[in-house]
Design a protein around this ligand. Structure first.
Ligand SMILES: C[S@@+](CC[C@H](N)C(=O)[O-])C[C@H]1O[C@@H](n2cnc3c(N)ncnc32)[C@H](O)[C@@H]1O
Length: 272
């Protein structure tokens, strides 16, 4: 059974979600919100969405709020999703850093981890001698549930459709016995990545050294234009001169004021 949500209840959830995550829900998302949250109301034995709102607000640990965000956000991702970005990393960015042999990348809405592991595989496959390089990838998301999955490094076989078989062999361990059909990321890849919960709405991020590249793909689509503008300008601050920003292929900064040079529809560069 699906609970019905009043216009006023929807407005309260909408404001709360926007203020905390930047996710902007249009009027058309009313029934989507109701369907995504109904099971939670049932599990908590609550009668109305107002009761659930009160539960979220009264929870000092904020766990219920995190749960709410998990239920409404979309975590769809894939290994080698939008592969042109990984080609650009391999063909343009890595050669530029060949002398320094040091690269700092932030996967800023990493979901269940396929994006940062793809970045790490691309780095390992592209450089001549990975042991001579200093790779560090910060991978963050708002959702603790997806971050736990990402940090486990465990993926079902069917997630690897777009991964070349030789990459799977070099970078993942094949499960045996009860673990048949499950692959675990090898330590050399896992060690290059730090997972952390970060909210893109925060004023500041715990990043001390300027970055070479930021991935912010397929999340800005849920933000309104002022939120996108604030975020893109924050990213600019954390990049090195000449650093790059990648956004999702269905996203655009066309209507957003920003200081980047646009190199391709979803690839931006900070001035040198
Ligand atoms: C569709 S996934 C994108 C995953 C990956 N970047 C890709 O393109 O395949 C969007 C992710 O953004 C996260 N997200 C939503 N709002 C966020 C925020 N305010 N701060 C950080 N992450 C957020 C969601 O939890 C979700 O995992």
């Amino acid at each position: 059974m699906e609970y019905s949500i009043t216009a006023e209840e929807f407005q309260r959830f909408r404001t709360l979600i926007y203020d905390e995550s930047g996710i902007s829900l249009s009027e058309q998302k009313k029934s989507l919100l109701a369907s995504r949250l109904s099971k939670r109301l049932r599990d908590l034995d609550l009668a109305t969405f107002s009761d659930y709102y009160a539960t979220v607000m009264e929870d000092q640990t904020r766990q219920e709020f995190t749960r709410l965000l998990d239920l409404i956000s979309t975590n769809k991702t894939d290994f080698f999703r939008e592969p042109k970005h990984f080609d650009f990393l391999r063909e343009r960015i890595i050669p530029e850093l060949e002398c320094a042999k040091r690269i700092r990348i932030w996967s800023s809405a990493c979901s269940t981890g396929e994006e940062p592991y793809t970045i790490a595989m691309t780095l390992y496959e592209a450089v001549q001698n990975p042991a001579q390089w200093d790779f560090k990838i910060l991978a963050s998301d708002l959702s603790t549930r997806v971050l736990a999955k990402a940090a486990s490094g465990l993926y079902d076989e069917d997630r690897f459709r777009d991964v070349p078989p030789e990459f799977i062999k070099r970078h993942f361990l094949r499960g045996l016995g009860e673990q048949t059909g499950v692959f675990k990321v090898k330590p050399h890849l896992a060690d290059a990545i730090t997972f952390r919960r970060l909210n893109l709405m925060d004023d500041r991020f715990p990043i001390k050294h300027p970055l070479d590249l930021i991935f912010c793909r397929n999340v800005m689509i849920y933000f309104d234009r002022p939120t996108q503008e604030t975020l893109v300008n924050k990213f600019h601050h954390y990049l090195k001169p000449g650093g790059y920003l990648f956004i999702g292929h269905s996203e655009s900064l066309q209507w957003v004021k920003h200081p980047f040079e646009s190199l391709a529809p979803t690839i931006y560069q900070k001035e040198r």
